[in-house]
Design a binder for this molecule. Structure first.
Ligand code: SAM
Length: 249
């Protein structure tokens, strides 16, 4: 794997954290979200560092999102190994690899970063690839039939910044999941704290009987490098594992 020097990678991880945090803060403060600009910047970053992404996220950052996600899949559907799964924000396939190792092989990838998806292709962990446009409502899912998936999973992608997936994507995700199926999201606790996302949208879907949120599980050691967090005072940040059951008939 070609490698940038350590400092460049560390700078990139740090820079990404700062840019995404600024995006969340801006959205919280003024509510005006320039999603297109945010998307352009984040995609430039993911495409540029796709080849080094795994190395830096794991070695520099001690990132454990995909490991935690795979463990949570086992907790949720321990005996349903041929479940049809979609990985949103699949990126370079770190989650696909970890979930494959647990015996689940029927996974599709959904992500706007072509370069990241190319890397994931070499790992052979996904069956089908959806190159999305990064639209917050995931309108590209329109090509997928209703009731196609048993489970949608995602690590380190939801609520990262205003152009990363968030609450607007739930209606479309709920449509493509079979009733009784699930959405399983693992992300940094920091990203779901604060009111910058319109959580009301999710409550509405619950009221309309589309889905039911199960209690959020706090999972320690989401990122082992505590320096990447500004809020955990020297401790490794925790992850949030969030499960939504799809009820729509
Ligand atoms: C921090 S990476 C996480 C990748 C992988 N899940 C992991 O844990 O290593 C976030 C991923 O989300 C993708 N992404 C960003 N915005 C997106 C959007 N609106 N819809 C779907 N994926 C998006 C990025 O291209 C990137 O691959």
């Amino acid at each position: 794997m070609p490698s940038h020097n350590g400092q460049v990678g560390a700078d990139w991880v740090r820079h990404g954290q700062d840019v995404f945090k600024a995006s969340r803060l801006k959205a919280a403060k003024c509510g005006v979200i320039k999603v297109e600009e945010d998307l352009k910047a984040q995609q430039h970053s993911y495409d540029t560092f796709a080849e080094n992404y795994d190395e830096f996220l794991v070695v520099h950052d001690g990132y454990r999102g995909p490991v935690i996600l795979a463990e949570e899949v086992v907790c949720l559907i321990p005996h349903f190994k041929d479940a049809k799964i979609m990985d949103i924000g699949a990126g370079t396939g770190m989650s696909g690899e970890r979930i494959n190792e647990k015996g689940y092989l029927n996974i599709d990838a959904f992500d706007p970063s072509k370069k990241s998806l190319f890397i994931s292709q070499d790992k052979g962990c996904y069956k089908n690839y959806f190159i999305s446009k990064g639209c917050p409502k995931a309108s590209e899912m329109g090509m997928i039939l209703d009731n196609t998936y048993d489970l949608i999973v995602s690590a380190g992608t939801f609520w990262v910044s205003t152009s990363h997936p968030g609450v607007q994507m739930f209606e479309e995700m709920t449509r493509v999941i079979k009733p009784g199926g699930h959405i399983l999201i693992v992300t940094n606790m920091e990203y779901i704290q604060g009111e910058w996302q319109n959580w009301y949208t999710l409550k509405e879907l619950e009221k309309r009987g589309y889905l039911k949120a199960l209690p959020t599980k706090v999972v320690p050691n989401y990122r082992m490098n505590a320096k990447v967090s500004d809020v955990t005072q020297g401790k490794p940040p925790s992850g949030a594992s969030m499960v939504y059951e799809v009820l729509r008939k």
